[in-house]
Design a protein around this ligand. Structure first.
Ligand code: ARG
Ligand code: ASP
Length: 722
């Protein structure tokens, strides 16, 4: 028995040891390439990233700065998630033309819908510029001076590094300031909506299933990149033409099996894999519970109204989804951190590091790292908590407070920078008001306001609160504000911002909502922000030194990968099920059967469109089924995070097999600690996408554009369908 278990541990270590991590695509040669090949990859590192030849990276643009997408035809056809295109789909929707409800398909180019402001950014080239960035930076400099020098150097590199006129240079930091990379990028600005399934497919299971496995969501939407006549980025114009990419992904019709190699290529946003144990404890005990409670309150109110009123349902769909998403994630994250004993594991790693520091005689460089961590993290805790409250209540969850905060910034701008800046900002603000009020319900927001300022006054340390919040009567204040503020309806709000700066400021000063925001903001910026910034800067310095110590003192083969920072990364693994609790084992692939098992007629989360039911009953799956069953989603051990949504899941040969969109609930702590037994990313099986486009929507024009291949069946792999 014991021996068996030992053997199991022994065998499973190397198997899992090669997983987790988000790697820089230009630095895969060596360890990563070897690992990927061991996992079954048949490509080389150069097939993934190459400066001189077309490679996979040329098919993977950042979608609108927050998601990932991939080019899947030589006419710029772009695949991403339904939830990544959600606000575009929503903004084209109305009660008469409800694309959220019914889906939308452009059967010819002229029908594709423009989306002003939406972008797709390609990476042209990546270069290590660490030495240039750190020139003139010495260990003795105070933190703030170091930062200033580094920023100067970065600006210099951005200005002077060679690039084409339509390209842009960006420098980003890796390993908490131990490495710097230059990215030359190209941003396309004419991105049109081509097709989307109805929400009953694209968002099937909605918030109940969000962050969950088993999952049955067709979370995809299609866009198209348009370029000018020279195939270069351009603002929207009727004269623009479909973009011809350097590379586009062929699509595999052969599906996935357990243990197949998978590579996910995309733009993960933020992770914090190298926090000390004390910081993880704060996430579990302080930060997450506060955020969750605030959103609990906001969501309960919105949900009630959305269920009762179809207009409010559309107005709040996108906002609700955004708030609910991280609310649920934080719950799963806390669960996973606890279950995986992340704190204990970090403590052990810290002990190991201390041993190394002592063994290598590095006490002078790194000896006080951990005591200082403990000191600064303890000191920052109350400020961090107050900051979370401010962000959640004022900036994220009460619409009136957010609008009020924009007015507050306008006043600041006037006082600090004068009339011209005021005018520019005011015009922008007024422009945004129309969109804001199109989706605004005063009644919903009023209830959210009342609940959240109550929570604010109870949760924030007394000495950080404005005077007026000391003995708050939330109901009275709410009634007063919503009866008298101009910021709760469009016409009044527009009027409020009319006139010269002095007049506007005077009107603002008399507006009851503005007064509340100004008091809250003033208290925050006087009592919380300065100390928070000060401690945070010290902590960043420590995190940098901690990272340096880890890089220097860890065993040679340690897999130390940089935190996500919204730059292009490769993560790889394999298709695998998981066991979240005793006696539960989840298989890695779901099927259309499961959609039907979850079907609740007319339900707002689990309805299924009739056409899909018909196709299911007729087993009319075209060439996309496997053994008579239609696969829907699958999971793997790829290490992903927010921003990886819409990322291509790629097979051993470089073909598209899936579309990343989520993670499993018990595994979302991978942002702090990747546990290979619990962390899984969730992908749409690409055959489900094809099935919906072809059989459900009848958009065969789009299927014709794609390159469908049979890598498992055909010897050389690149056989074309039909
Ligand atoms: N959890 C996924 C991600 O973080 C999908 C979110 C969209 N879906 C939703 N029901 N809110 O983005
Ligand atoms: N759903 C996330 C996204 O939108 C992906 C994740 O957090 O796993 O990027």
């Amino acid at each position: 028995m014991k021996l068996l278990r030992l053997l199991f541990i022994f065998l499973s270590v190397p198997l899992f040891a090669q997983q987790g991590g988000m790697w820089i695509p230009s630095l895969l040669e060596g360890m990563n390439e070897t690992e990927m090949k061991n996992l079954g990859m048949k490509m080389s590192a150069k097939d993934i990233y190459d400066v001189n030849n077309a490679s996979l990276k040329d098919a993977v643009p950042h979608f609108n700065g927050g998601c990932t997408s991939e080019v899947i035809s030589n006419q710029g056809l772009l695949l991403t998630n339904h939830h990544c295109g959600y606000s575009q789909i929503q903004s084209h929707s109305s009660l008469e033309n409800d694309y959220l409800e019914d889906g939308f398909w452009a059967l010819k180019l002229e029908d594709e819908l423009p989306n002003p402001g939406v972008t797709a950014t390609f990476i042209v080239r990546i270069e290590d510029v660490t030495n240039q960035v750190l020139t003139g930076v010495t260990a003795e400099m105070p933190e703030a001076d170091k930062q200033r020098k580094i920023e100067e150097n970065m600006a210099q590199i951005v200005q002077t590094s060679p690039k084409e006129a339509w390209q842009e240079n960006r420098v980003r930091t890796f390993y908490e300031g131990n490495q710097y990379m230059l990215f030359v990028v190209e941003t396309f600005k004419d991105i049109r909506l081509v097709g989307t399934p109805p929400s009953s497919i694209g968002k099937f299971g909605s918030d109940t299933d969000n962050w969950m496995w088993p999952r049955h969501t067709g979370d995809f939407a299609l866009f198209r990149i348009y370029a000018d006549k020279n195939n270069r980025p351009a603002e929207y114009s009727e004269d623009n033409v479909p973009y011809t990419p350097k590379h586009f992904l062929p699509i595999s019709l052969d599906g996935v099996a357990e243990n197949d190699f998978t590579l996910v290529f995309g733009f993960p946003g933020t992770t914090d894999e190298y926090l000390p144990s004390i910081a993880i404890e704060q996430v579990i005990n302080t930060v997450n519970p506060a955020r969750i409670a605030i959103r609990d309150a906001a969501l309960t109110i919105q949900d009630e109204y959305m269920r009762a009123d179809p207009k409010i349902k559309i107005q709040y769909a996108s906002k609700f989804a955004r708030i609910a998403n991280y609310w649920k994630k934080w719950k799963g994250e806390t669960l996973g951190l606890t279950k995986s004993n992340a704190v204990g594991i970090k403590k052990k790693q810290e002990k190991d590091l201390i041993n190394q520091i002592n063994k290598k005689g590095k006490q002078k460089d790194y000896g006080d790292l951990l005591p200082k961590f403990n000191q600064y993290y303890s000191e920052i805790e109350p400020y961090k908590l107050a900051r979370e409250y401010f962000l959640e209540v004022v900036l994220r969850n009460v619409e009136l407070l957010r609008t009020g905060y924009q007015a507050y910034q306008l006043k600041q701008v006037y006082e600090n920078r004068g009339t011209q800046s005021f005018e520019d900002r005011r015009d922008n603000l007024v422009k945004r008001l129309e969109g804001h009020f199109k989706n605004y319900s005063k009644q919903v927001d009023k209830e959210v306001f009342e609940a959240l300022i109550q929570i604010y006054s109870e949760g924030v340390n007394k000495q950080f609160l404005p005077d007026s919040f000391q003995n708050l009567n939330a109901e009275k204040l709410t009634n007063e504000v919503y009866a008298n503020s101009a910021l709760v309806n469009y016409e009044a709000a527009k009027n409020l911002f009319e006139g010269d700066a002095e007049t506007v400021i005077e009107k603002l000063n008399n507006d009851p909502a503005f007064k509340v925001v100004e008091e809250m903001a003033t208290a925050y910026f006087e009592n919380v922000a300065p100390k928070y910034e000060e401690l945070n800067l010290l902590i960043s310095g420590l995190q940098r030194d901690y990272m340096k110590a880890l890089l220097e003192l860890s065993p040679k083969d340690a897999r130390i990968f940089p935190n996500a920072n919204s730059t292009l990364r490769v993560t790889y693994g394999k298709v695998a099920g998981y066991s979240p609790a005793d006696a539960i084992y989840y298989e890695p692939v779901t099927h259309l059967e499961g959609v039907m098992q979850k079907y609740i007629p007319g339900d707002y989360e689990f309805n299924v469109p009739q056409k899909l039911i018909d196709l299911y009953e007729a087993k009319d799956f075209g060439p996309y089924a496997e053994n008579g069953k239609m696969p829907v989603n699958f999971i793997g051990t790829n290490h992903t995070t927010g921003g990886n949504s819409g990322s291509p899941a790629i097979d051993a040969h470089g073909n598209l097999i899936g579309l990343n969109f989520d993670r499993v609930w018990e595994g979302t702590m991978s942002d702090y600690y990747y546990d290979p037994t619990l962390s899984r990313n969730i992908m749409v099986d690409i055959r489900y996408v094809l099935f919906i486009v072809d059989k459900y929507a009848g958009a065969t024009n789009l299927i014709e554009e794609m390159k469908l291949v049979h890598p498992k069946k055909g010897k050389r792999g690149k056989k074309k369908k039909k």
